[in-house]
Design a protein around this ligand. Sequence first.
Ligand code: QAP
Ligand code: CO
Length: 175
Amino acid sequence: MILPIVTYPDKRLKLISAPVTDFTADLHTFLDDMYETMIETNGIGLAAIQVDRAIDVLIINLPNDDEEGTQTRDNLLEIINPTMTHSEGTTVYQEGCLSVPKFYEDVERFETIGITYQDRHGVECSLEADELLSIAIQHEIDHLQGKLFIEKLSYARRKKFEKEYKRMQKEQKKR
Ligand code: QAP
Ligand code: CO
């Protein structure tokens, strides 16, 4: 089932998500719905709060390294109750977000990170990430804390964003 995406400036995006305690069939259905929703909307990462569930769940499915850069479910990452254990370096990447449609801006993140988390069955896992995966995980973990990438912009760029975003919303209302 495709779920509606909560978009900025909806206040629900500011909620702090709670840890998952029950790794039941309901969670599995929800994870499958998140995946369907992310693929349908051309996303590579999605946090539960973006579909209105304030729980510590995120999914990431980066494009493959092949020519077409297709997404395949076999490298889907389902990350539940993540904790960042370490981080190193800094890197800048032009980020976007399904909850902030049509806006992309450079954001500084850690270059490499380590996390521990649980999978859909509650099994403890750990992961070292760099490049795009590291950025995607940091972006999605921010969602669990009620944070959006636009909050990391400089004052001037944030102002530019607010102006552009409001103009876009007005344009959409006309249609
Ligand atoms: C988070 O972002 C992310 O504006 C995932 O019109 C960001 O999937 C991971 C999207 C940066 C790694 C690097 C955004 C789709 C998708 C839009 C997304 C849009 C359509 C964003
Ligand atoms: Co996002």
